[in-house]
Write a protein that binds this ligand. Sequence first.
Ligand code: 5AD
Ligand code: SF4
Length: 473
Amino acid sequence: MKSKLLHISTIGCQMNVYDANQIAGVLAPLGYTGTDAIESADMVVVNTCTIREKAEQKAFSFLGRLAKIKLAKPSLIVAVGGCVAQQEGESILKRMPHVDLVFGTHAIFRLPEMVRRIESSRCRIVDVRLSDTIDADGPVAGPVSDGQVSAFVTIMRGCDNYCTYCVVPHVRGREASRHPERIIEEVRMRVEQGVREVTLLGQNVNSYGSKEGLCSFAELLARVNDVAGLKRIRFTTSHPKDLSGDLIRTFGRLEKLCHHIHLPVQSGDDGILKRMNRKYTRSAYLEKIDGLRSACPDIAITSDFIVGFPGETDGQFQATLDLIETVRYDGLFAFMYSDRPSAPASAFSGKIAESVKHERLQALLDLQEKITWEKHQAIVGRTLQILVEGPSRGLKSDDSDSVSPPTRWSGRASSNHIIHFDVPDDLLAKKELLTGTFADIMIEGAHAHSLWGRLVRQPKNAAPGKGETTIAA
Ligand code: 5AD
Ligand code: SF4
């Protein structure tokens, strides 16, 4: 079979990253292998996001640039997938004559057949059908790269929550959970491929299985915890209204479950939460935070916030800042509210001026930066166990201009903090001993955005599993 080059450009969340991996996996049997160079590609897939207007604009401007490349190379197949494809469908073909294929968020498993048709007859295709089930049509996990320590595993897709600002239920369809057996199979396969950490993915993992009468999310975690060779489990994302006592107690009970939860709150004001249709109050949220911290005192908590939701007053924004002071998050993502035409809030009155949104965003980020810096300083002097991932970003060992291998490596602590450390020379020579192993790092310094330390060389107390190594003196 003729070998062909595939370039996938991914914008957006972890779901899109997982989808990109699936796309690579389903197209491999057609002879496609990945390339970073768009110019040499035979097919380009633009995996789009529409959560905010900016992400959508980014997708369209990238597609615009592809028109020139296609002009120089008419055989190039241009495919648009992801949430913009789902939302816009046929109109993308009308608007962009250089696009050959528009495929929605549930159409990935039909890609091989569509691509074959385009290759043989140069037709143009749109497939944005949504289905209510998930196991029958994938997901199919794609390839892993060399030395990959961590992988995503989708456990469900879609969302039934209809937060009034959000486009996800409209572009990812109804909530549907995968059968636990399929999930465990995929986790086992990843471990056999060398992965040591999985992140279970869903828009609202806390309601996993409830619709289909499968097991609860806490039970699923216990089953994943039993997979031999797996070292760590993470999950994202959680909806506070569905965070059960059972799940809270799971932290600190399952040894592989990392001590970190991402619990998006969006606002600290009850009136705004109500108009966002979040279905919890500030005090109910704070109770859950207390519960998490009693069950697992060192749990790291992160969150998402939207500033400038329609009608948000200065007082309501202050309530958000006050919530951040109260919880003292380990980190957060903050976004300026963005109108999405298919989401109800786009028709709400009281739209906030861009300049006010900018000011509020900056005030929120400044406050969090101060908190993060203080929390980081409190870590200095402590020893944290990290799972080593490889050379620190921007310092990949295959950098063509680097003469010697990079000595600065990084990994993540259970809390999800990225920790940098210098690898001693003798270990550098056998770097395969480092990737995917646990290492103890004495934290020596911290800024608001980074932490670094020194490798503590002691025999590990965690006994290595079959085929594993730990960094020992
Ligand atoms: N405008 C701004 N931010 C949004 N998010 C979702 N929809 C919007 C929107 N219309 C944010 C929420 C969510 C995160 C993934 O993106 O904070 O948790
Ligand atoms: Fe969007 Fe709300 Fe569903 Fe999250 S829970 S994906 S914010 S509708």
